[in-house]
Write a protein that binds this ligand. Sequence first.
Ligand code: GA4
Length: 296
Amino acid sequence: MVVVLQPVPKGKTSSVLIPVVDLADPTSKTQIVKACEELGFFKVVNHGSLKDKAGPADPFGYGSKRIGLQGDVGCVEYILLNANSHLSSTKTTAVFRKTPAIFREAVEEYMEEMKGMSSKVLEMVEEALGIEPKEKVSRLVKVKESDSCFRMNYYKEKEETQAKEEIGFGEHTDPQLISVLRSNDTEGLQICLKDGTWVPVPPDHSSFFVFVGDTLQVMTNGRFKSVKHRVLTNTKRSRLSMIYFAGPPLTEKIAPLACLVPKQEDYLYKELTWSQYKSSGYKTKLGDYRLGLFEK
Ligand code: GA4
């Protein structure tokens, strides 16, 4: 099943088929791998168990306009939370603790569900690619040390007097393994194809969108592509999105998987810990090409 993405009016234009993975379909594993290889992005339907509920940062907490630590700005208000509940001393947790229980519990439950969804997708990838040992990748997001985070973004509707398009969230790739996004029915998200064309993703509040992140690109030695994406606030209605970024533990060594690349000389990337990659990432601007840090 595929959905046609409409071309953007400016610059290079094209339309592309966005892969839709039906989790209830027995061939879904193969569909996931195909989508990860071709686009690094896909939509998930029939996710069954997931409930339909949800809920300047430094970098966690509430943020408005400023993104990251290197001066990036966007027309966005957000809350960024560390998903590690065991890190009770972090500022995130302190701020988060002060929020009403009804909100906190909903967010905690949602993060838990997203952890389950990301590990499920990774398990399917493991099976389809024959990754060994078992759970080599999915384990990284399941363990309590996994360094995952959760972001809620609010993009205000564009006013009549404003320029035609404004950047809500500038172009970037996600550094983690995979990210799972859910939004309301407002457009704005765009993904970048391998030829550089930007295509809008039609919103669908009842589905999840999955992005391949830099870490999964490295572990698959470039077989899966970390997809560049952005949000433009070119809309009459406000957009709300929630994204779970499934990351490995800070001490985890990230490198191409030996079971996928038998010869070391074929490795496109060198080894870095997730902590090294993450902290270098915070010294970069949003749109910088961070994967260069991994390149041999
Ligand atoms: C992009 C993906 C996630 O939203 C995020 C972002 C993070 C932040 O907003 O604090 C970063 C960005 C993201 C990548 C480069 C650095 C770090 C802003 C920035 C300029 C939470 C993440 O993990 O990396």
